[in-house]
Design a protein around this ligand. Sequence first.
Ligand SMILES: NC(=O)c1ccc[n+]([C@@H]2O[C@H](COP(=O)([O-])OP(=O)(O)OC[C@H]3O[C@@H](n4cnc5c(N)ncnc54)[C@H](OP(=O)(O)O)[C@@H]3O)[C@@H](O)[C@H]2O)c1
Length: 320
Amino acid sequence: MKQKEILLFGASGQIGRNLIRKLTNNNYKITAVTRNIHQAGYILKTQANPGYLKLVEIKKFDPETIANLIKNSSICINLIGILFETKKNQFRTIHTDLPNLLSQLANKYKLKKLIHLSALGIESAKDSNYALSKIEGEKKIKENFSKYIILKPSIVYSVDDNFTTNFMSLLSKFPLMPLYYNGKTKFKPIHVIDLVEIIYDMIENKNEKLILECIGPEEFTFKKILQILLSSIDKKRILLPLPLPLAKLSAKILQLFPSPLLTEDQLRLLKYDNCESGIYKNNFDLGYNTNKKFENEIYKYSFNWKTGGQYSKQNNLEGN
Ligand SMILES: NC(=O)c1ccc[n+]([C@@H]2O[C@H](COP(=O)([O-])OP(=O)(O)OC[C@H]3O[C@@H](n4cnc5c(N)ncnc54)[C@H](OP(=O)(O)O)[C@@H]3O)[C@@H](O)[C@H]2O)c1
């Protein structure tokens, strides 16, 4: 029976959880790194059969600790990413310094592969600190280690995402939703299962020095995405274009919250389309024909946000 050792950073996230299931079902042994075993342990442990998943708690990116983990692995996958900064968690530390360290160690301990998740649509976003830190991280990896695979997905969606589910919660509760940049920013959402299939193939097959943009089969404006979500949860809401000065002011206020809905940096990033850049190959160029359709997939879980659904403002229990 084939068993390979994979070291996975950011395993408890949306992509990580789905990837663990795919890999362990195919006899890979995973060492999953998390910051808090008590918070993430129960989410992670249920994703794999006994014996296929080991959990390691790391509070900070200490080079010696990470070196010891890398030494015992053949493939390292980095899924750690943040969408907003806090005093403790800066874009630079997470998106640049960590990939730098991982790729240096990957080189030192002669790993077979380092697979790193970056992001799509960041090349032109020169005014976004998120984008700059992700690009700098890609650069460090390319400088340090030749057997890299950098994947750059558009928005990744599924029943356990932070995107469609959050928007359906907001849309089911509030009468209106602001549209930034008139809702014209374009996306090519990719389903998490399609992305996991691509990552799996990257692990199984020989792909080195590869930067690949990962997109779904359809292109939507942000407004269209909201309209699809609304129609899927049977709600009618006002989608209100917000003038830029007002949008900036709202981001300034919202970013003061511990888990902000919008930050100034995210608002700047939202200006740029999240579609293939033409600079790199995308999954379709390599024959990964992602075919899950956004509307069909949303329909499979949106019932939770419909009236009477588990996450709707008024669920069945309240109604009784
Ligand atoms: N989801 C998308 O739509 C999307 C789109 C484009 C690119 N990406 C990139 O793909 C990667 C994975 O995405 P995802 O959606 O699965 O991410 P996610 O759900 O946000 O989870 C990422 C994981 O990173 C770890 N993490 C977060 N902050 C950390 C910190 N300060 N220090 C150490 N670990 C930290 C967390 O693990 P623990 O809490 O267990 O430590 C978390 O589970 C990220 O790099 C992201 O930028 C995602």
